[in-house]
Design a protein around this ligand. Sequence first.
Ligand code: 3PG
Ligand code: MG
Length: 396
Amino acid sequence: MGWKTLDDMDLNGKRVLIRVDINVPVADGVVTDDTRIQRIVPTVRDVLAAGGKPILLAHFGRPGGERKMDLSLQQLVPALETAFGAAVRFAPDCVGAEAEQAADALPSGQVLLLENTRFHAAETKNDAELAAGMAKLGEVYCNDAFSAAHRAHSSTEAIARLLPSCAGRLMQAELEALEGALGDPKRPVTAVVGGAKVSTKLELLGNLINKVDFLVIGGGMANTFLVAKGLNVGKSLAETAMKDTAAEILAKAESAGCTIVLPSDVIVAAEFAANAAYEVLPTNQCTDDGMILDAGPESVAAISDIFAKSRTLIWNGPLGAFEIAPFNAATDAAALKAAELTRAGKLVSVAGGGDTVAALNASGAAADFSYISTAGGAFLEWMEGKTLPGVAALEG
Ligand code: 3PG
Ligand code: MG
């Protein structure tokens, strides 16, 4: 890992530009899930404790280069003050004279939040001039936004090349957890990959079959694999056009020594509705008008056995249509098994992705996982084996 941490930097009396991801859900001006805010607290506190002046750079939503005031970061000031236990000042732009004055005038012990970087169209173009404008505001750059590190933007990439740079505590924790799960893991390693479509997770599956011992496939994408094996999936969500690709993945996995685990029994309903009547059927007996909405109990038992003989688990995507009961059953049961093994010190479990984290939180399993990533897209790209520009720039 070629990046520095806060411990390697001289922070005393320095203005420290911290790129954070506070792209949190907000309803009527109130933050509805403050996880991402909570997770940047250690970095802000450590910078303050070292005598540094934290200046936060962040995006919010996708304003597309316009000053859309419903996407102003100012609305997060109260939530940030509560989380940091420190006063948070706000500057109405992330570059320019007003921001420079605010940065210069920042008293020690306080935090400065800069306005949404994406109010500038140049931000998402990784524009060097915009980055130079931001770099003027600080003496040190700290990237704590792992979940935005898959974006090569002025505030995540170009700026890291202009100032002495380091990873923040959350970035560090994310990279260490992911490296532990896929870089140099304790074996056997199992990956769970779920979600609706094979087409969005092709690169992921291609990378994983060369890295993991067991690959559990769930959700709608499992149906495409069932089709590839010549099984009837009735009215289920499936990408039949992808069936040859799925067959190729199965063949490649076999030669790579990776065991692909598909459901042996399934939950079949006539409609996707809350508490719809359903049947548990062997996977090869789905009816023409049936819809597969979850893995069945026999599949869950098989997955639990695989977890029990694994030492590392990496999880992205639910096993079924978890948003609606009872089709969350397989995801919940498997997640609770992983939580139990983790609690017992037998398994290192890492999960990421918006849906995944929502599902693990709902089952109560998340608290016992070794690590829950704050990242969605970045977690996926990392699992795909891609270099994340925001991380690469720190390695400079
Ligand atoms: C996220 O919420 O996934 C990150 O903040 C990145 O946001 P983006 O997908 O709009 O770049
Ligand atoms: Mg995203």
